[in-house]
Design a protein around this ligand. Structure first.
Ligand code: ZN
Ligand code: ZN
Length: 269
């Protein structure tokens, strides 16, 4: 098993000690774990109601020092990647570029958390929008984020909006957004960018990406499917990995992959 999307106390929304994550990963038998703390800035957040806060960038030099130590300490038990989850907005992209250039990350996830000036975690984004409008705006932001002027290795949680949207049927089916999704998938396939299966919501009946999207990715020739739990607590490391592997296998995938310092490694499923 592998887990390529995890957060610890260096992200503003986790209190987990990094070593606890690593020990949990070893106990669960993982061969590879990547820590991907949040890097989000606030220039892209224009509209919010009181209480609708946004995460900000918290990565400090201690991050590399601590993970570097852990990487050495557990070198004979597990491979550890030191990564980041970079939140994209047009307004923040030059700032993200600067910060990424200062640090030597093994792996960079490109994620959308903000759309058109709103944090889509909060309900105000959805006010006055149909599901189609909200989801198309999200997919448009994903498409735009692929033009980010910095290196990234993976598109994180494609369909993240389905976690928090206010609609009764939250799912994002390929057929309903085919043109936008095809544009995104074709672009990432062309550029060997990984597509992430984010297992965070499988336990609640939500696949991210939706299985119809994963299937379309496969049909278009995409084979660089990675997997991440988005765990903010050690107990959730590699959560629902087996379910994700079964689903990927049913579509036709023979392996997940992870990417570390540009090198892609296949992990049979
Ligand atoms: Zn995220
Ligand atoms: Zn995350």
């Amino acid at each position: 098993m592998i887990d390529c999307h995890t957060h610890t106390k260096y992200s503003p929304d986790s209190k987990t000690e990094p070593e606890a994550h690593i020990l949990s990963a070893i106990e669960k038998g993982l061969s590879y774990i990547c820590i991907t703390e949040h890097m989000d800035f606030t220039d892209g957040m224009k509209y919010s109601l009181p209480g609708e806060t946004i995460f900000t960038y918290e990565i400090t030099p201690e991050y590399f020092a601590e993970y570097g130590r852990l990487r050495e300490k557990y070198a004979d038990k597990i491979q550890i990647g030191i990564g980041v989850e970079a939140g994209w907005t047009k307004e923040d992209e030059s700032h993200v570029k600067e910060e990424l250039a200062k640090n030597d990350f093994d792996y960079i996830i490109n994620s959308i958390h903000l759309v058109d000036g709103y944090d889509i975690y909060w309900p105000s984004f959805y006010k006055g929008k149909t599901k189609k409008q909200a989801y198309e705006a999200y997919l448009n932001a994903v498409m735009e984020s692929l033009k980010a002027p910095y290196r990234f290795d993976c598109v994180g949680h494609l369909g993240y909006i389905t976690r928090y949207s206010v609609f009764e049927d939250k799912t994002m089916k390929y057929a309903d957004y085919a043109d936008s999704i095809d544009q995104i998938l074709k672009e990432i396939i062309k550029r060997d960018i990984l597509l992430e299966v984010n297992t965070h919501n499988i336990a609640y009946g939500l696949d991210i990406p939706d299985l119809t999207i994963a299937k379309r990715y496969y049909e278009l020739g995409g084979r660089l499917l990675t997997v991440g739990s988005d765990a903010h607590r050690p107990v959730l490391i590699a959560e629902c990995y087996k379910e994700a592997a079964e689903r990927a296998k049913a579509i036709g995938f023979k392996n997940f992959v992870y990417k570390c310092r540009g090198k892609i490694t296949e992990v049979p499923i």
